[in-house]
Design a protein around this ligand. Structure first.
Ligand SMILES: [Zn+2]
Length: 114
């Protein structure tokens, strides 16, 4: 059996990522874009040319763990709309602590409490 292809996480959005972004797991950005378009089109009125995909270099294992294991093993690009987001800043980019906060917000709170 051949090795599973390397899958990478991408953040996909149209316009600004703060207005709504989806997570796409794919082999490369060319592979990610059609999936990104399909997901974003369901959420917003977007044109294919407006779709941007940005490789996420941090927390790759965590982001991949959100994906579908069968699709990942088969090297099939897919994505998800409901990524667990930080309860404080509303962004998703990495693992959350027990209170649902990202590492940046959790660190901020510790500093404020000190
Ligand atoms: Zn946060």
């Amino acid at each position: 059996m051949p090795d599973a292809p390397t899958m990478r996480p991408y953040m996909a959005f149209a316009g600004e990522p703060e207005h709504g972004a989806v997570l796409v797991l794919a082999r490369d950005c060319r592979d990610a874009k059609p999936v990104a378009y399909g997901l974003l089109m369901a959420l917003f009125d977007v044109d294919y040319t407006e779709v941007r995909v940005r490789r996420l270099r941090e927390h790759r294992d965590w982001l991949l763990s959100l994906g579908n294991p069968r699709h990942l093993a088969a090297g099939r690009a897919h994505g998800l709309i409901d990524v667990p987001a930080c309860t404080a800043c509303g962004l998703w980019h990495g693992p959350l602590d027990a209170d649902g906060r990202c590492t940046a917000c959790a660190a901020l709170q510790v500093t404020e409490a000190a």
